[in-house]
Design a protein around this ligand. Sequence first.
Ligand code: PAF
Length: 282
Amino acid sequence: MLQLSALSDIRQQCEQVRCQGLRIGFVPTMGALHEGHLSLLKAAKEQNDVVVCSVFVNPTQFNNAEDYKLYPRLLVEDAEMLAQVGCDVLFAPSAAEMYLKPAKLTFDFGSLENVMEGAHRPGHFNGVATVVSKLFHLVRPHQAFFGQKDLQQFAIVQQMVQDLSFDLELVCYPIIREEDGLAMSSRNRRLTPEQRQIAPKLHEALQLLETQLAKTSIEEAKQAAVQFLSNYPQLRLEYLEVIDANTLQPIEQLQEAEKAAICLAAFLGEVRLIDNVLVAKK
Ligand code: PAF
């Protein structure tokens, strides 16, 4: 596996691959890789000739300096895992080179970002869109792979690709969970053993809400899930929404949406976790 950090090197490498008529599958990450990332890499490998993975803890998408500082950085371990799943190129640039000067261009995704993550993390999606568009320009992939755990991020990147006519296909893969249901996340590494025991309650709350939706109104189903989570005072719920998965807007009745999802964010200590489930149509 080739490991590159200079912008000029990744640009040149990907250009060469393209000139040979080969397809590039790209998995952008912030590292501290887990099975969720590996499922994206395996899919990228199956569907493309060359797989590029970026590992870059992007400073511009963190609205909390402490969260940025404490985000796990494990490049040596990440490189080993990537080599094992057959990744061809690891791109791990420095923040100094990615942002030679602070970006002046800003993104505003309107209603797509005024809810959930965007509402609670001001500037987050501006940072995501900035870095993802930079990475797309550098790598020029045929396909780019993202995880459903960041459902709002996927909708925003989809909008950006459409609005800016990026010539690539976006692919979204399902959430990979631990045996007890906890959605895999790089931030799980920061949980204490006690917090780790409680974290799967988030998925249980989503499942409970989904079951309740078959029997009662969205409002009452949400109340039941909030009530369930109140048994675990260590969990501080930030939001719990039943949304139209296309527009990301909260809905009051399932019939309003062609595809619905239940999304939440909660703090366990200082660690912020998100999760979601797509609601199966009955
Ligand atoms: O999902 C992530 O890990 C990040 O938001 C991404 C897409 C790599 C951009 O920094």
